[in-house]
Design a binder for this molecule. Structure first.
Ligand code: DON
Length: 585
């Protein structure tokens, strides 16, 4: 039997083990990269609707999304309104200073597409970007706080592109509710208040604009229930409503961003040209067959669809329905997870910059990988496989850290169009640098800090103009070529495990979506098996420890939002671990 670590927090040792070889991160700094605590744990039930539905991470965002859908807006329209509102009311997680990935189902053409609005490194960045004068990697939080971690934001352009393609209502009508709310103010939620207090010791009060917004005159973090107005964001949004995304990439806001990233410590090198040349990229979805469904998601620069796809592809050969939810299934899920994470660390990055094996989802390859799973005993740490790859390169694996921040929303409109989107500013409160009433991301810390290990290049090293590898996994599951399930979550690298587990609960065990996401979370990044610290989770952990898993019990703060598209209705659920909501009609 292996060690059972019981802790509300990751121990430094568990984090180090979870990260495989910890490249350039001391255990102490990793220990600081803790996800925020779960806040609201009230029981919920799935919500049903006939015509349209929206689920997102804050009730005010859900309300505005619902209003837009009720007025005849499309899923794209609602996504614009939801994201504009989230910038205001869930500022720690996503916003106009960040990026994301969005899947769009177009009912008229019966087609699924993906939009890559991932932040991009400045053209002048090179592989030494995160190394100090001695050639050693910066510590994580030294890298996060300040303009150097800021990549070119993708979200402003994403929403514009989405509306241009699929919008039905006037653009300004979608932004106006967030402008009004920013002027009127909104109540600081328990989760936001907790996040501000937590982030104070991680540099949230470093820069004037950010300190003035999130702290009171005495320097205390804003309390829950405080009415918070954001006139600077109202002005930014008004410009956005009038002129679209252009000011963010070529105009006044672009100049403000370039000036804001030149912080005294840890300054950025973004230039106006980096912003002007930014494009949202439409890419084909990456899909894997699973139980007569196609599970589709975001390809590189996200590792999401490939890693979720590998896990499901490996589990396809196990009769999970017969096995049922319990320790045996948890063991299989975690073992498949460690094999998939080993491949992810070695091979996955922005495929526009590095060549990646074509065969990561090859059925024979995944069958061979699945054969490495012993149904009774954990393999411990997995090694990467050798997937079909014509242009094989030697590579070194990189490491992974647990994170916080990020948001997922799902929308179905009355026309049958659908959105599954995950957006982020990376860590909670991003780089801590604020301009125009919104926070700038720290997405560039998603790159590997070291460019190479053991003399071999790391696929996810920094390169000029490259997009850092993501774990975000907005997913659309198709049955007979049409959407059956929309799902995704925040949670850093744990997103992959949360998403795979939710899909299994819904497809294999036919669970109602709320029951599916209420189950204890369990993830591995190819180190310890991390199990959510609940009564049920603790039982599971005991059983897994008996199967040789090194188990760590802790808070696992997913933010899963799901819509199941049944024959005659929509059934939706919001994660009880966060403050999200669901509304439909
Ligand atoms: O792109 C990624 O994978 C990360 N920047 C996402 C961060 C995240 O989900 C934080 N979560 N709570």
């Amino acid at each position: 039997m292996r060690r059972l670590v019981r802790s509300a927090l990751f121990t430094a040792a568990a984090v180090a083990a979870a990260s495989g070889p910890v490249l350039g991160q001391t255990a102490a700094t990793l220990e600081q990269a803790l996800p925020e605590a779960t806040q609201a744990l009230a029981a919920r039930e799935s919500v049903e609707a006939r015509e349209f539905m929206v689920a997102a991470a804050h009730p005010l965002a859900v309300e505005v999304g619902h209003d837009i859908l009720a007025r005849g807006g499309s899923a794209a329209d609602a996504a614009v309104a939801v994201q504009a509102m989230l910038t205001l009311v869930e500022p720690q997680s996503s916003g106009l200073g960040g990026g994301g990935f969005l899947l769009y189902w177009n009912a008229a053409t019966e087609s699924l597409t993906t939009f890559d609005a991932r932040e991009r490194a400045p053209a002048a960045a090179d592989e030494g970007y995160w190394l100090d004068a001695e050639g050693e990697p910066l510590s994580f939080w030294d890298a996060v706080v300040g303009g150097r971690s800021v990549g070119v934001p993708g979200t402003p352009k994403l929403l514009e592109v989405l509306h241009a393609r699929h919008g039905r209502l006037p653009w300004a009508d979608l932004i106006d509710p967030a402008i009004a709310q920013a002027e009127e103010g909104f109540e600081v939620s328990p989760r936001l208040a907790g996040a501000i207090a937590d982030a104070q010791e991680r540099g949230l009060d470093t820069f004037d604009a950010t300190r003035d917004y999130f702290f009171d005159a005495e320097g205390a973090p804003l309390a829950e229930g405080t009415l918070l107005r954001n006139p600077d964001l109202a002005r930014t949004l008004r410009l956005y409503a009038d002129q679209g995304a252009a000011p963010f990439y070529e105009g006044a806001i672009a100049r403000d961003i370039v000036a804001a990233v030149r912080t005294d410590t840890n300054p950025g090198i973004l230039e106006l040209e980096d912003l002007a040349s930014y494009e949202v990229i439409e890419r084909a979805p990456v899909c894997v067959e699973y139980r007569a469904h196609e599970v589709c998601g975001m390809g590189p620069p996200s590792s999401g669809a490939l890693t979720v796809g590998q896990i499901l592809g490996m589990l396809e050969g196990f009769d999970l329905r017969e096995i049922g939810p319990g320790a045996e299934a948890a063991h299989l899920l975690l073992e498949a997870g460690r094999l998939a994470f080993a491949d992810r660390a070695l091979y996955m990055a922005d495929a526009d910059f590095v060549s990646m094996p074509e065969g990561l989802l090859d059925r024979d390859y995944l069958r061979d990988r699945a054969a490495l799973i012993d149904p009774e005993t954990s393999m411990g740490q997995a090694e990467a496989g050798d997937p079909p790859w014509e242009d094989a390169h030697l590579r070194a694996p990189d490491s992974e850290r647990p994170r916080r921040g990020t948001t997922h929303f799902v929308i179905v409109d009355r026309y049958g169009d659908m959105v599954s989107a995950t957006t982020t500013i990376e860590s909670g409160f991003g780089s801590r640098v604020m301009t125009g009433g919104f926070l700038l991301n720290n997405e560039l810390t998603d790159f590997s800090f070291r460019p190479e290990a053991d003399g071999q290049p790391i696929a996810n090293r920094v390169e000029g103009g490259k997009r850092p590898r993501s774990s975000m996994s907005p997913t659309v599951v198709l049955r007979d070529g049409r959407p059956a399930v929309l799902v995704g979550s925040p949670g850093g690298a744990a997103i992959i495990g949360y998403t795979a587990a939710a899909i299994i609960a819904i497809l294999d065990w036919q669970m109602d979506p709320q029951a599916a996401i209420d189950r204890p979370n369990m993830v591995t990044l190819n180190g310890p098996s991390i199990i959510e610290d609940t009564a049920e989770g603790a039982e599971l952990a005991e059983a897994l420890a008996a199967m040789g898993h090194e188990v760590s019990l802790r808070d696992l703060n997913s933010g899963l939002h799901v819509i199941v598209v049944a024959e005659d209705r929509l059934i939706s659920a919001a994660d009880i671990r966060r403050e999200g909501a669901v509304r439909g009609q």
